[in-house]
Design a protein around this ligand. Structure first.
Ligand code: PLI
Length: 471
């Protein structure tokens, strides 16, 4: 093994190119419930999969966030936790890993991604500012708005079309961004918010050419470019597969090159970085770092732990290194594609091309008879749970929330139900079970009636909202 570059091994073994580069050493039993039990659990949860208890779930595809399996090396790292309040050696290992693999100069640890989003938003945004980005993400946009900014979606139009086969549907539309700069002025834009693999668009990647051009545009206007690096490793795989000149470059090198076009990043380490909790913020600018390092002690903890235990920082440092291995990334995305290909063969409408972390069922085409205000994607998540105990997540009108100005629902073009695949957790047979359950719901699609929202929290409503079936 050691004599071959890691990124070619799977290809040389040919037929099983996405087979897992690990074996299972510890198992956790799964709960199997009856349909009656699931029907009762759904009522108790207000038809919101976030409110189900995990003991009532069979295959949990709610999220890939904090749900991945750690390796034996990471667990060994947990035993090396240096729980000193200040200056823990695990922090320095984490700092070195981020510097080595992402290439940024300064690191601030945070308890998870939204802790980092909060700090960067509070540090850079002034009331009345504007933040352009390649589609919104729920927590990211909320922190930008709470700091006083208006978010502007400047992703390419193809991202909003679930059937478009554009290879880089996460790309920024530079003409839309240029028009916004002309309209509001560069001095009202504290940073451009770029996400690697765009979650809400279906896990769709950004090309290297796009980030290069974006960098040039930002330089012309003196704008900062910041990256949501949460699933940037998966983005690097798509660049390797689809972009000229990158086919032979290892994932780690593609990641470094991409990040080199940006001024900093925030990270939910609970995704790509293979840990159950953790996050970080990284910047190159000394003055911005000084402010962040000061603010982190107010909201998260001292700047050498930022809300994490020493042992968690050690597992994270090791997870970063494991996460950029080509075999790992190919297997991870390969499993997602396997499920996508099964569903596509069976004529189930999903977002194409299949993205990095999840299959997104297109609830508009799944339930063409349900208007968006009847929460078709939420309905599909409930039906899927009822059918088999599989837990998915709504990514449509409920997730989009309300316009802070008008108070009306945001009505996104994409009305999706996300089957999110945790890393290194489920098997190919589990994927088969998932596909069969989705097909059963599709076969019964005409009987779905939709939901009404009966409780709506003020912030990030999708997490805690309650629904009732339309009779
Ligand atoms: O869940 P956090 O606070 O560690 O991270 C927030 C966050 C930031 N950016 C992106 C692209 C995310 O996907 C993200 C969290 N996503 C979740 C929880 C998800 O289920 O997709």
């Amino acid at each position: 093994m050691a004599h071959e570059p890691p990124h070619t091994m799977g290809q040389q073994h040919g037929r099983r190119s996405w087979a897992e580069p690990w074996k299972i050493k510890m198992v956790e039993p799964l709960a199997v419930t009856t349909r009656e039990e699931r029907a009762a659990a759904l009522v108790e949860a207000g038809y919101n999969t976030f409110l189900l208890r995990s003991r009532d779930v069979y295959i949990d595809l709610l999220t890939d966030s904090g749900t991945s399996a750690m390796s034996d090396r990471q667990w060994a790292g947990m035993m090396l936790g240096d729980e000193a309040y200040a200056g823990s050696r695990n922090f320095y290992n984490l700092e070195a890993a981020v510097q080595r693999f992402y290439g940024y100069r300064h690191i601030v640890p945070t308890h998870q991604g939204r802790g980092a989003e909060h700090l960067i938003s509070q540090t850079l945004i002034k009331p009345g500012d504007h933040v352009p980005g390649n589609m919104y993400f729920t927590t990211t946009r909320l922190h930008q708005e709470l700091a006083g900014a208006t978010f502007h979606d400047v992703i390419i139009d193809e991202a909003h079309d679930p059937e478009s086969l554009h290879p880089f549907k996460g790309n920024m539309d530079l003409a839309k961004l240029g028009a916004l700069i002309d309209e509001v002025g560069a001095d009202r834009i504290p940073y451009v918010s770029l996400a690697g693999t765009v979650n809400m668009a279906g896990g769709q990647p950004v090309s290297m050419a796009n980030v290069r051009a974006l960098r040039a545009l930002c330089d012309r206007h003196g704008l900062r470019l910041l990256l949501d690096a949460t699933r940037m490793v998966e983005n690097a795989l798509f660049i390797q597969e689809r972009e000229d000149g990158y086919g032979d470059m290892p994932i780690a090198a593609i990641l470094r090159e991409f990040c080199s076009h940006t001024d900093g990043a925030w990270m939910s380490a609970k995704k790509d970085n293979l840990v159950n909790i953790g996050g970080w913020l990284a910047v190159n600018d000394d003055a911005v770092f000084e402010e962040l390092r000061n603010l982190v002690v107010v909201y998260e903890g001292l700047h050498t732990y930022g809300g994490m235990a020493g042992r968690d920082m050690e597992a994270l440092a090791i997870g970063i290194e494991e996460s950029v291995q080509d075999e790992h990334v190919r297997s991870r995305v390969g499993q997602v594609r396997y499920l996508g290909e099964l569903l596509t063969e069976w004529g189930i409408p999903i977002v194409q091309p299949v993205g990095g972390h999840a299959i997104f069922l297109d609830a508009r085409r799944f339930y063409p008879h349900l208007e968006q205000d009847l929460f078709p994607a939420q309905t599909l998540a409930a039906e899927l749970y009822l059918d088999s105990g599989i837990r998915s997540m709504e990514r449509g009108i409920a997730s989009a929330g309300r316009d802070p100005e008008t108070g009306d629902h945001h009505r996104p073009k994409l009305e999706l139900t996300r089957l999110t695949i945790p890393r290194r957790v489920y098997t190919q047979a589990h994927m088969d079970v998932v596909a069969e359950s989705v097909k059963a719901c599709h076969d019964a699609r005409d009987s779905a009636r939709g939901l009404r929202m009966v409780y709506e929290p003020k912030y990030l409503r999708f997490f805690q909202a309650r629904f009732e079936p339309i009779s």
